[in-house]
Design a protein around this ligand. Structure first.
Ligand code: TYD
Length: 200
């Protein structure tokens, strides 16, 4: 089973995935991974995408690099784990490209879907979108001493990302479950585990 986690900045996905993996590991083989990255080549591409020293990355280049890192990650990590009957929990996947690149960067759904055809052929069984007002999300990460190139985007960009996610969740209702990210992390974890159990 392939499960992805989506959301804007500061939605607590990383902590959630660790908590959920710990519970599922009592009964199942679980692999946790993330995008962009997840394998050494994909992590090298991640550095080009997120490193603030590359301010000149254009929207098209950004989308193509993300698609390239996703293709590598699929072949090296996700597909082998699924073939071995493992549960894959992935922090971000194609819906991030739809919310950030297609919607917030205005590249359009058709273009982003076309360059991500390999991922479209390998969609998750289930996706949790943690919906949170970016004012709250950004205030949660405000204490960090390092910001990546996308964290540094203006507030309006993060508002557009949220609109993009809500649009994506509408388009793929059969796969995406919207979770209220203003609840406590314990509540969110409980809700997600219930949904996963229903699908297992
Ligand atoms: P990361 O540090 O993993 O952020 P977070 O902890 O918020 O998940 O950085 C990933 C950044 O890359 C994040 O700002 C979202 C962005 N991103 C895209 O714009 N498109 C994509 O397809 C993916 C996978 C990530």
């Amino acid at each position: 089973m392939f499960i992805t986690f989506e959301g804007g900045e500061g939605t607590g996905k990383t902590t959630l995935i660790q908590g959920i993996a710990a519970v599922l590991r009592n009964q199942y083989n679980v692999v946790t991974t993330r995008e962009p990255g997840g394998s050494n080549i994909a992590e090298a591409i991640r550095d080009i995408i997120l490193n603030p020293k590359y301010q000149g990355v254009t929207p098209y280049t950004e989308a193509l690099l993300l698609a390239a890192s996703r293709a590598q990650h699929l072949d090296e990590v996700i597909l082998p784990a699924l073939r071995a009957q493992k549960i894959v929990l992935c922090d971000r996947y194609i819906d991030s490209s739809l919310a950030y690149q297609a919607y917030a960067r205005n590249l359009g759904f058709d273009f982003v879907l076309s360059i991500n055809r390999y991922a479209v052929e390998n969609l998750p069984n289930l996706t949790f979108y943690i919906d949170l007002d970016p004012k709250i999300g950004l205030s949660r990460i405000a204490h960090r001493d390092k910001y990546d190139r996308l964290d540094q985007e203006a507030f309006d960009f993060h508002t557009k990302v949220r609109e993009g996610y809500l649009e994506v969740a509408k388009r793929y209702q059969e796969r995406i479950i919207v979770i209220d990210g203003s609840q406590t992390i314990e509540k969110i974890q409980e809700q997600i585990l219930e949904e996963i159990e229903k699908h297992l």
